[in-house]
Design a protein around this ligand. Structure first.
Ligand SMILES: Nc1ncnc2c1ncn2[C@@H]1O[C@H](COP(=O)(O)OP(=O)(O)OP(=O)(O)O)[C@@H](O)[C@H]1O
Length: 713
């Protein structure tokens, strides 16, 4: 423990610098408001040039003000004392004083890298690294790491127990914890990985993969803003709950341009949280379903007219079922996209009708063009076309799969009888309950298979588009320069992202890789995940192949994270025992924190379970300050939520699948035995057991839920 007087003196010292920074911030905000006002004045001049300039000025100034507002909290969080005698302050954004001398260095600037990378073994010129904790403008604490005692001047003071442990013992809030002040070296290396190619980050539970992925997005925006803010960064996470959990991280770093989507909302027309059972999700996720969809996308419309009869100038023109089917098939060869070749179908229909008309030679038969125009004008003919070859939406075609006869026909030779039965059960609910998360990838595939007329894309004409590189300080200028590109209007289903981040990548199915891949054809990628946490019960090799295909031949940079920052060592020990039963040789991360509190395992009768679960949740409310996750088997979420009605919002009831990527201070895992039927279930159990930072309780009707080694294959 450090001497409290020394601590207070050091806090007072840092407060002086922080006061200077905030005073400067006031000036900068005033300048920004003035620039905004002046921008509006320019509109009175009325020339086109002045208007363009006004737009740019107002936009930049407004953005600058926004940046200054959002990064107000915890603006300065670090200080480096170098062996050279120089001192750098590190913060969420770079700020210079009125003479352009740096007051704060942006955490992403090269000069700040040592803040994260220096260790006692390799101090990189850093003598003391100091983390400054604050509440708004007030410095509240200091945690020092003395990295190079030999080089330390005699009067250098070192206080606190180390920054990382201090930060980890804080309670978890609703959003993800902010780690910018305590990023560790192996994480920093992954964050600053080269911008191109594919950066792959692996590591066990709680190793900071999500945190790294998000800080990397912020780093890329900083290091090449015109490329990444202009082209856009897409962040894909597994569930809506997860996306909400991470939503505040990038804005807290001053970046609000990235697009965050869950797998159920990646395609704009849908936004679903409905999940399929594991076996159904495995069929829908497998590439075999693609051929099933392809067949559906080429099939005749249910209830389509089987005959065309038109009275034309006293002559009956008639096409029967066979002729219509032949025309349709010829116009729609394998590989053709139904919505795109619609007009070919119509052309062939006209040809067939024209041939008939010519044969019967009605009086006054006009030229072919005019004949076509006359038909196209007729309501009865137009109605026929609409019914015979409508414009298809993917959802309409997916609904055809709810018809068991059609499904069997499309899946014949591709899926087993049992698999077809499972799909039948799932698609039967499509009309009533809407698509599931797995269906969204099928709908996107159908969209691709059938094509659609695309709107021309709007390109931004940006006279203020400035190419910027990494800058040491004063990032206002690069943020402003890019402001224009952030105003780019993107297509609703924008596909040309400059960078795609995929979190919890181990759970992305082959069909979902195709869906994401369509949106990242020109992108560089960051992929983070942990294969040991996958719930995928399908073919693991197929999964690897699909991912590799989406990522293409881009260069891979791989990073492995090795420390678990989330779980206490007592909690992670239980999770580790579970995963070792199916993956005995898996390298596991080491949990850095011990609380001395052992996890609790309880058994109840079926009748006693609801009361006990409620009691346990209530107890956690007094034991921890932060969030409490009650994790349930997927089919029982609603029932168990019913047992907990009226409890504060801090108690969140989530399924084992929704718990992916999440973190709670206390976890009550209900009926763990429900998850031990197969290897995918055990991997999901491993996820559920590794969500808690402080307290873990397992409770259920089966006392023997801990799987035995080799009990499942
Ligand atoms: N360097 C760090 N300093 C402080 N906290 C950290 C650090 N790295 C990670 N954490 C914290 O550890 C927890 C786990 O991080 P994160 O969710 O990113 O891990 P993950 O590897 O994605 O986990 P999982 O695979 O289990 O979903 C979070 O609370 C995060 O804020």
């Amino acid at each position: 423990m450090s001497d409290p007087t020394v601590l207070q003196q050091e806090i007072a010292l840092e407060q002086k610098h922080v006061d200077r920074v905030y005073a400067r911030l006031v000036d900068l905000r005033r300048d920004a408001s003035r620039a905004e006002k002046e921008g509006y004045q320019l509109s009175r001049v009325g020339t086109f040039g002045a208007l363009v300039e006004r737009d740019a000025m107002v936009f930049h100034a407004a953005r600058r003000r926004h940046a200054l507002d959002t990064e107000y909290e915890g603006l300065v969080f670090g200080r480096l004392d170098l062996a050279t005698g120089a001192t750098h302050y590190v913060g969420r954004m770079g700020i210079r004083d009125e003479n352009s001398a740096p007051l704060v260095v942006d955490w992403r600037a090269p000069a700040a890298a040592a803040f994260y990378r220096a260790t006692a073994a390799e101090p990189l010129g850093v003598v003391r690294r100091r983390m400054i904790q604050s509440a708004r403008e007030r410095v509240t604490g200091i945690e020092d790491d003395l990295l190079d005692p030999e080089a330390a001047p005699d009067d250098m003071r070192v206080v606190g127990d180390g920054a990382l442990l201090a930060s980890l013992s804080k309670a978890t809030g609703h959003g993800m914890r902010d780690i910018v002040a305590t990023i560790q070296r192996e994480q920093d290396e992954a964050i600053r990985s080269p911008a191109g190619g594919v950066t792959i980050v692996t590591g066990g539970p709680g190793t900071g993969k999500t945190a790294v992925a998000l800080h990397r997005a912020a780093y890329l925006l900083y290091s090449d803003r015109s490329r990444f803010a202009g082209g856009g960064i897409l962040v894909v996470g597994p569930s809506g709950v997860f996306v909400e959990y991470i939503a505040t991280v990038l804005p807290s770093l001053g970046e609000d341009t990235a697009t965050l989507r869950s797998l159920g909302s990646l395609v704009p027309a849908y936004d679903t949280t409905r999940v399929d059972s594991g076996p159904v999700a495995a069929i829908k996720g497998s590439l075999r379903i693609r051929r099933v969809l392809e067949r559906a996308s080429h099939d005749a419309v249910p209830g389509a007219p089987t005959e065309l009869r038109l009275l034309y100038r006293g002559t009956l023109l008639r096409l029967g079922a066979n002729e219509l089917e032949q025309i349709r098939r010829k116009a729609l060869p394998r590989g053709a996209r139904r919505n795109e070749v619609r007009s070919h179908g119509f052309d062939r229909l006209f040809d067939a009708l024209w041939a008939q008309a010519r044969q019967s030679k009605p009086a006054g038969l006009p030229e072919k063009r005019e004949f076509e125009a006359e038909l196209a004008d007729r309501n009865d003919f137009r109605e026929f076309l609409k019914a015979w070859w409508p414009r298809f939406t993917p959802l309409r075609v997916l609904r055809w799969l709810a018809d068991p006869a059609r499904l069997r026909n499309y899946a014949n030779g591709l899926l087993s009888r049992e698999e077809i039965g499972l799909l039948e059960g799932s698609f039967a609910l499509l009309d009533e309950q809407g698509p599931t998360i797995a269906d969204v990838a099928l709908l996107d595939e159908l969209d691709e298979l059938m094509g659609r007329p695309r709107k021309p894309q709007q390109k931004s004409k940006n006279p203020f588009h400035v190419r910027d590189g990494v800058q040491e300080v004063s990032t206002f200028s690069d943020r402003q320069a890019a402001a224009r590109s952030q105003n780019v209007q993107r297509d609703e289903d924008y596909r040309d992202y400059a960078h795609v981040v995929v979190d919890e990548a181990q759970d992305v199915t082959p069909m979902q890789w195709r869906m994401i891949g369509r949106r990242g054809q020109y992108a560089s990628w960051t992929i983070v995940g942990d294969p040991a946490q996958t719930a995928w019960s399908g073919d693991l090799e197929e999964l690897d192949r699909a991912r590799e295909r989406a990522l293409g031949s881009r260069r891979r940079n791989t990073y492995a994270l090795t420390t678990n920052y989330r779980n206490s060592s007592e909690i992670f020990e239980v999770a580790a025992r579970v995963i070792r039963t199916i993956m005995p040789d898996l390298p596991l991360p080491s949990a850095v924190r011990s609380t001395g509190v052992e996890p609790v395992d309880l058994v109840a009768t079926a009748a006693g379970l609801p009361g006990l679960v409620r009691e346990l949740a209530e107890k956690q409310l007094t034991d921890v300050d932060g969030t409490i996750g009650v994790i349930t088997p997927v089919p029982r979420q609603e029932e168990i939520a019913g047992w907990l009605t009226g409890l504060p919002e801090r108690v969140q009831v989530v399924t084992a699948l929704e718990a992916k990527g999440m973190e709670y201070d206390a976890v009550v895992l209900v009926e763990p035995a429900a998850l031990t039927k197969d290897a995918a279930g055990i991997r999901t159990l491993y996820v559920a057991l590794s969500r808690a930072t402080q307290r873990l309780t397992t409770v259920g009707t089966d006392a023997n839920w801990m799987p035995a080694t080799g009990s499942v294959s």
